[in-house]
Design a protein around this ligand. Structure first.
Ligand code: NAP
Length: 341
């Protein structure tokens, strides 16, 4: 069987880590990029040192074009296809639900059908999401927790998720869903909350700078470290039997606690004062206001506190997230300090 994999969304956080991990094992990678995406979107592959790797080939693919998906699968005949490309922002999905449905939902069907028609041996792994659980009645969530998505991003992903299961059951494809809880890294987009916090902590530790402005500090997320999740997606494709797996740490952390961890990693202890929209944090040493809450940064429908139960992935895939949330915050801040230098 060919030792080539295809990764859609290879320029994203997970795509870049997955490409690096596969290349380091001698696997060739065909990474797809959306047509028209600029060279600047390749910064993650460059930062990981794999952009010029001789076994990495980047190709343009419109994942909403079924014929183009068939042509790629027919030509490459990969061992596995990791479908990671998506419109990944919940807020943007409210602004354009139709485009989100095409990219996050229907594109998965085009790719699954291209596998079925052109390369039925190819193993398919979907980047699914904990957002499918909506506001769950039970905690932690696992593979049998009922799905009740509440935003267009998650509804579109639910279509992709159900289609993956349907192609596995109905057509016998080796297809599975990685039900991903939040996983972070220095390769997040700069405006994503964890990276925004880490960058502000690094900046404010060096000099007088604008305070960090945040929305809902009570929001809680199950934060993991991205490379540990992408390595497990590779393991999913290598299993004899396809299945769906929750990937999560099982620990939910509030944004406020993440701020504390990140600032502590930058050498700043914080004291919190006030309530609600008036809440803010000052530096314990000098009383400087370093963090404020800004009402317009609250989401219209914030995600519930999701916590994942990854027991199945631990037992069958050897998933063992080693990076806890404090270590994760430290790692992000150290990367931002390096970037500042
Ligand atoms: P990311 O960094 O935002 O990367 C998204 C990728 O999708 C980029 O390569 C992007 O290309 C591509 N993309 C965006 N819109 C596209 C379109 N219209 N057509 C084709 N490609 C498009 O996301 P990530 O964090 O790596 O996430 C990877 C996958 O895991 C996504 O499917 C996401 O929904 C899912 N997931 C992630 C998390 C998490 O915490 N990271 C949690 C749950 C699920 P450009 O570079 O050209 O923009």
């Amino acid at each position: 069987m060919s030792r080539t994999i295809v990764i859609t969304g290879a320029s994203g956080q997970d795509g870049a880590y997955l490409a690096m991990q596969a290349l380091s094992r001698g696997v060739s990678v065909v990474g797809t990029r959306r047509p028209g995406s600029g060279a600047e979107s390749l910064w993650r592959l460059r930062e990981l040192g794999v952009l010029e790797h001789p076994q990495l080939r980047l190709v343009e693919l419109d994942i909403t074009d079924g014929a183009a998906c068939c042509a790629l699968l027919g030509a490459v005949q990969p061992f596995a296809l990791f479908h990671l490309a998506a419109q990944t922002r919940v807020a943007a999905s409210f602004r354009d639900p139709l485009a989100t449905a095409q990219v996050n939902g229907f594109a998965a069907l085009h790719l699954l059908d291209a596998v079925r028609r052109e390369s039925a041996h190819t193993r398919f792994v979907l980047a699914s999401t904990a957002e499918l659980f909506g506001d769950p009645q039970t905690s932690p969530q696992n593979e049998v927790t009922p799905l009740a998505p509440r935003n267009p991003y998650a509804v579109a992903k639910q279509f992709a998720h159900a289609m993956t299961q349907s192609y596995r059951a109905g057509f016998g494809l080796h297809a599975g869903c990685a039900i991903l809880f939040n996983h972070e890294s220095p390769l997040r987009d700069a405006d994503f909350v964890t990276r925004k916090i880490a960058a502000a902590a690094a900046r404010l530790s060096n000099a007088a700078a604008e305070p960090l402005k945040l929305g809902n500090l009570q929001a809680r997320r199950d934060f993991g470290y991205a490379p540990e999740y992408t390595a497990t997606m590779l393991a999913m494709a290598e299993q004899a039997q396809p299945d769906d797996y929750v990937l999560a740490t099982g620990v939910a952390t509030s944004i406020r606690d993440f701020v504390d961890f990140a600032f502590a990693a930058a050498g700043i202890e914080l004291d919190w004062r006030g309530h609600g929209a008036g809440e803010h944090a000052v530096g314990r040493r000098d009383g400087r206001v370093l963090v404020t809450v800004q009402a317009d940064l609250f989401r219209p429908l914030d995600a519930a506190a999701l916590t994942g139960d990854a027991a199945k992935a631990r037992a069958r895939l050897g998933f063992a997230p080693l990076t806890d949330v404090r270590a994760l915050a430290r790692l992000l801040v150290e990367a931002e300090l390096r970037r500042l230098r």
